[in-house]
Design a protein around this ligand. Sequence first.
Ligand code: ATP
Ligand code: MG
Length: 330
Amino acid sequence: MADRILTGIKPTGKLTLGNYIGVLKHLNEMTDRGEAFIFIADLHALTLPIDPNELRQNSIDLACFYLAAGLDPEKAVLFLQSEVSAHSELNSIMQNYLYMGELSRMTQFKDKSAKMKENAIGLGLFAYPVLMACDIVLYNATVVPVGEDQVQHVELTRDLVNRFNNRYGDILQMPKAEMRKVGARIMSLSNPTIKMSKSDPKGDIFLKDDLAVVRKKIMSAVTDTGCEVKYDVENKPGISNLLTIYAALKDISIEEAEAHFVGYRYGDFKKEVADVVCEDLGKFQEKYHYFLDNKLYEEVLKKGAKRANEESQKLLKKVKQAVGLLTVSE
Ligand code: ATP
Ligand code: MG
């Protein structure tokens, strides 16, 4: 059976090199393995306060980023989550099959809510993994390409699939998370012990950054004591992060990257990392502008929504029937 791929990114802020390396850059290879449903997770973006104009603009940007990363609209269905109502409908059913206890153990909820006042934490932030599980099962996804931070949510989806199928029969497809071997967790350049993250930008490289700025950020990235370019996350988190970025963009292993930099000084090493990042991002930015300036994303998103609506209705109907919701119209 061919794989069915499902993946999404929230239009919550400026996309980072972490999003690029973790998911975007290799989407193209993914879509060769089977039909892919790729969405702009705009409903998820509402789980933290966001300005409406910014959300709209981010959504357009994200569509163009996907296209610039080489997503082929003939092979992949690209759509806005909020334009496919089955996501929300399935959510109102599935929220009854995931439990408060397990949701409150989600690391991402704990991290994000820890920074907020208790009376400002929306229910949506807490229930985020329920909607994410719906996003996945709606398309019978078998493979979910994600960065490391999302693996826990895919595991929860797997629990839901087991629970639901045990009760109602073989309705939902079992998905699995798939991470890049190199680059599943790109760290902040200013604090390499925390993840590069668009909603909490510290030491981030943004995909739209001017290349001169990108170079500067890499040259001033926090490094570690010592002088050897070695992969050692515990003792050399800064160097290890830069090595990971280099290896991921060159599509080589960490060992190969290490071997390349034997005898390098930190300054020369950083310069070469900066060269590789700037070259890759430069080409990517050109393509992004092409899709944006010609508004090519509009047709793609329209066609995508139509296809995603058709496809998602099938599973939604099956679920409604399974749980006993009576249908008299149609
Ligand atoms: P937010 O701070 O709003 O959660 P984010 O940068 O974590 O933003 P998401 O929209 O949550 O981005 O995630 C989009 C995809 O990018 C997910 O598959 C996620 O696992 C991946 N991703 C996010 N950050 C990184 C990172 N630092 N390294 C590798 N992959 C990442
Ligand atoms: Mg995230």
